[in-house]
Design a protein around this ligand. Structure first.
Ligand code: XIL
Length: 372
């Protein structure tokens, strides 16, 4: 049986075994998707290829979500590890799954202005070119955009450009891509996708949240403002919202409100694209205390952010602690807890039992003002 057939069976099986499944608690009340839908807000999660093989988790995801982001599978470096050589990895399976369950698909991400996050060969190609000699690079960008649109036509929203601003300077991050293209990197990322996906929402996505520095917030605003002036077809700002850094410390909430007002003033929609809340800074080891604190912090953040009616979707960066990138070896060590306990940054624990953060998200969605 191939993976596609297995997925079909899992889809059918979810109805039959839902009651006895370990996630049955999640089915007892309204789902996060339905709470969001009542207010006009989409709710979804990232999903990795590995998690797709876990039946109980995938059932939970399908019951809670109306949209899905492939966590890594659609990133350029995985789709084209060598110049002109494509590998699909889990991208096909994830797209098939989303289609099967009627989940809207967010594409993440077309261009990521970060050397480590792009195909090595592409960065090497760019590094070999002289300033002004950009066609070899731009041809590859067009080719990749065409490939995405041909192979993954069902995507309703794309992060056309990810993390272009350097949080330490507020300017475009200096990479081989910006050395050659400067602001044209912004224009091209959006123009290519708008031509290849004329009906798809196009998003600038950044590591933004209420803990970002003023320099970073201003840098993002400047990028958006200038891009709009140049006529770049940008529909929305994606605020990643990996929060928790300032938990228990001072933070300027007024500045966050002001930032959201300015984005609204630019006429852009906003999406929360990668929400989670790290408990790295909570010294206590007790899980109940950590969960209560991250839930309260999350609720504060979501209540404030969702009070802006141009915030359209909430996507969490996985639904459970067990599937979280925070608890993978690849997660940077400086972000681990000093006691090295697994991080508890998500709405469900690793046994898929709902945590207070699940209630926090539910309440924030239920209490958000109605979207038009
Ligand atoms: C992360 C994934 O979750 C990890 O599995 C991977 O190793 C690195 O990327 N900002 C983004 C996401 O835009 O793509 C990142 O996802 C998290 C930070």
């Amino acid at each position: 049986m191939n993976r596609r057939e297995t997925l079909k069976l899992m889809g059918a099986g979810a109805v039959a075994v839902g009651v006895a499944s370990p996630v049955s608690a999640a089915f007892s009340g309204p789902s996060l998707a339905s709470l969001g839908r009542k207010r006009g807000i989409g709710f979804g999660s990232a999903l990795s290829g590995n998690s797709l093989d876990k039946a109980a988790y995938v059932r939970l995801l399908a019951s809670e979500c109306s949209l899905l982001t492939a966590e890594n599978a659609l990133k350029w470096k995985y789709l084209e590890p060598y110049d002109g050589e494509r590998t699909y990895g889990d991208a096909r399976a994830l797209a098939d799954y989303a289609e099967l369950r009627g989940l809207r698909q967010r594409g993440h991400c077309f261009v990521w202005n970060h050397h480590d996050r792009m195909p090595r060969w592409l960065i090497n190609t760019a590094a070999s070119l002289r300033t002004g000699d950009t066609s070899k690079l731009t041809r590859r960008m067009w080719r990749h955009g065409a490939f995405l649109a041909r192979e993954f036509p069902g995507i309703h929203s794309w992060d056309a450009l990810n993390e272009a601003v350097d949080p330490w300077t507020g300017e475009l991050r200096e990479t081989e891509l910006t050395r050659l293209l400067g602001n044209r990197l912004v224009d091209l990322s959006f123009r290519i996708l708008s031509q290849k996906y004329p009906d798809t929402e196009l998003v600038y996505n950044d590591t933004m949240n209420w803990e970002a520095s003023q320099l970073h917030k201003n840098g993002v605003l400047r990028l958006l403002e200038r891009a709009i002036k140049r006529g770049v077809p940008i529909d929305a700002l994606g605020i990643q919202s990996h929060i928790g850094k300032t938990l228990g410390r001072p933070r300027d909430e007024l500045a966050w409100r002001k930032f959201l007002e300015e984005v609204q003033g630019l006429g852009l929609d906003v999406l929360i694209t990668e929400f989670d809340c790290s408990d790295q800074n909570i010294i206590k080891r007790d899980a109940a205390i950590r969960d209560a604190e991250t839930a309260a912090f999350s609720k504060g953040y979501l209540d404030l952010t969702l009070s802006f009616p141009n915030v359209r979707d909430v996507v969490v960066w996985s639904l459970s602690d067990g599937e979280s990138y925070m608890n993978r070896q690849s997660y940077p060590e400086y972000r681990w807890r000093t006691d090295e306990l697994p991080l508890r940054g998500h709405a469900y624990d690793k046994r898929l039992r709902p945590k207070p953060m699940r209630d926090a998200i539910a309440l924030s969605l239920a209490n958000a003002p109605d979207r038009a």
